[in-house]
Design a binder for this molecule. Sequence first.
Ligand code: UDP
Ligand code: MG
Length: 307
Amino acid sequence: MKKTVAIVVPFLNEEGNLPELYRRVSAVFEKEPEELRFVFVDDGSTDGSFQWLEKTRQSDPRVGVLQLSRNFGHQIAITAGMDHADADAVVIIDADLQDPPEVVADLLAKWREGFEVVYAVRKSREGETWLKKFLAASFYRIFHRLAKVNVPMDAGDFRLVDRKVINALKEVRELHRFMRGLTCWVGFKQGAVYYDRAARKAGVTKYPVWKSLKLAFDAITSFSAAPLRWVMGLGVIIAFSGFIQGLRVIVGKILHPEEFASGWATVVALILFLTGIQLLCLGLVGQYVSRIFEESKKRPLYFLRNQ
Ligand code: UDP
Ligand code: MG
């Protein structure tokens, strides 16, 4: 029997890109033996994307559309797509054509070799600001060190995932999801293909720097408690230097009483510095606690509008 592959496309206001994406993906599958399905996930779009898809769906039965009840964010949209894809494998691809659909052919080839997760690693990134590239490069390196998960550097969400892995991921229902991390964390046989990342075709990025930073923070806190250990280490260092300073003052006062007059400016600076560090550490602990709070509510990850 023919194997089926579902292309999962999470999108937010991408009417300028969807028609070309649809065309190029369809063209790729004309040469492949697998049967193609589309799972477009509308993550709360307010432009004409959904209307275009509804029209396309009437003439092409391969097209499926999930409409989330509001904007839940990219990672949740991917999850919704994977949950509802009825296929032997899923390919997650961005709607903005930064992930060239032609690379899907390479992903499929690797999958046929027996790999169960095939991620596409960027050799280069075109049309992105230096700040974003710098942040991305630093993030992957930090994450690599912190998380005990072997997440490939410079691989985005563009990847192929086998049915076995999708079933495993269905059991992972955490709210703060870093899908790139999770698809590695579940294990299975992982492989890579390499590609040059294109510039966005139309529209603007839906990931401003602050959103990327939030994703990075979510990724780190959901995969590693190392920042809490750092905070403890920092506490030990500061306490120890305070102890040494105390000794210095006592000994100094005995030996040279006149040189150890009070210096209130130093004291004020020290108080500000130390209270700042304390609040920072408290905030960090608070971030972990608030994540426990959010997860403990066990709310559904998303709602579908067209259920
Ligand atoms: N996206 C989404 N929901 C969001 C933000 C983005 O579904 O809340 C989609 C977006 O339409 C695109 C993909 O996620 O298909 C990647 O977003 P984008 O290209 O804007 O991010 P960038 O490539 O600039 O990091
Ligand atoms: Mg993009």
